[in-house]
Design a protein around this ligand. Structure first.
Ligand code: GDP
Ligand code: MG
Length: 201
């Protein structure tokens, strides 16, 4: 898919404030610092679109970006930031759950996992929540350039093995690096296929 335009639209405090659900939408979520903004920028070939490395845990908003005037990318606030209070965490949880479960135009969630690390409890827990809520999702293993190939492969395998303990079928997964610019085409292909589905709906 060719990206002809990408623009920031709005930041919303909850799903009720989001733009009219008349376009297919793809949400990106993961721990803060996992590489969400960088990935969104790489997908759009637009380094100024999503803000990278802004103070983690600060923005608790649902950010909409309009791509090619026909579909949305949504940057969701990251989880797992240590300095966030219990109350804020709860508020985040409620906002995310409502958005994910109630947003009619949400076609797929891209759940980002840092490929430098062995499986983290917080990521596995979030994956299980997505399953419990019947949200379609893929996993994106980020920053694959930061560790050697062997470590990356091992971490990915361990994560998927952990998932197999409770999942009969595994979701599709992608391996990305915004430094080496890898994984972009495959993700855009999936989005293009889902966009077609939305049109035929
Ligand atoms: N080497 C490398 N660094 C990355 C990659 N993706 C993100 N980063 C870096 O990781 C940090 C956090 O990225 P950011 O996109 O802001 O993460 P977010 O908090 O999930 O939105 C920044 O310093 C990025 O430059 C990647 O694929 N490779
Ligand atoms: Mg970010």
């Amino acid at each position: 898919m060719l990206i002809k335009s990408s623009e920031y639209i709005i930041s919303s405090p909850g799903y009720l404030h989001c733009p009219k659900p008349d376009k297919p939408e793809y949400a990106f979520i993961g721990r803060s610092n996992v590489g969400k903004s960088s990935l969104i920028n790489m997908l759009c070939h637009n380094d100024k679109l999503a803000k990278t490395s802004s103070t983690p845990g600060k923005t608790q908003l649902i950010n909409h970006f309009l791509i090619n005037k026909e579909w949305y990318i949504v940057d969701l606030p990251g989880y797992g930031f240590a300095k966030v209070s219990q109350a804020q965490r709860k508020k985040w949880g409620k906002m995310i759950e409502d958005y994910l479960r109630k947003r009619e135009s949400l076609m797929n969630v891209f759940m980002l996992v840092d490929s430098r690390h062995s499986p983290q409890k917080i990521d596995l827990e979030f994956v299980n929540e997505l399953g419990k809520w019947h949200i379609p999702f893929c996993i994106v293993f980020t920053k694959s350039d930061k560790e050697n190939q062997r470590t990356v492969s091992l971490n990915i395998k361990s994560f998927l093995d952990k998932m197999r303990e409770s999942w009969q079928f595994l979701p599709q997964h992608f391996i990305t690096s915004t430094v080496k610019k890898t994984g972009r085409e495959k993700i855009l292909q999936l989005i293009a296929a889902c966009n077609n589905e939305f049109e035929n709906y």
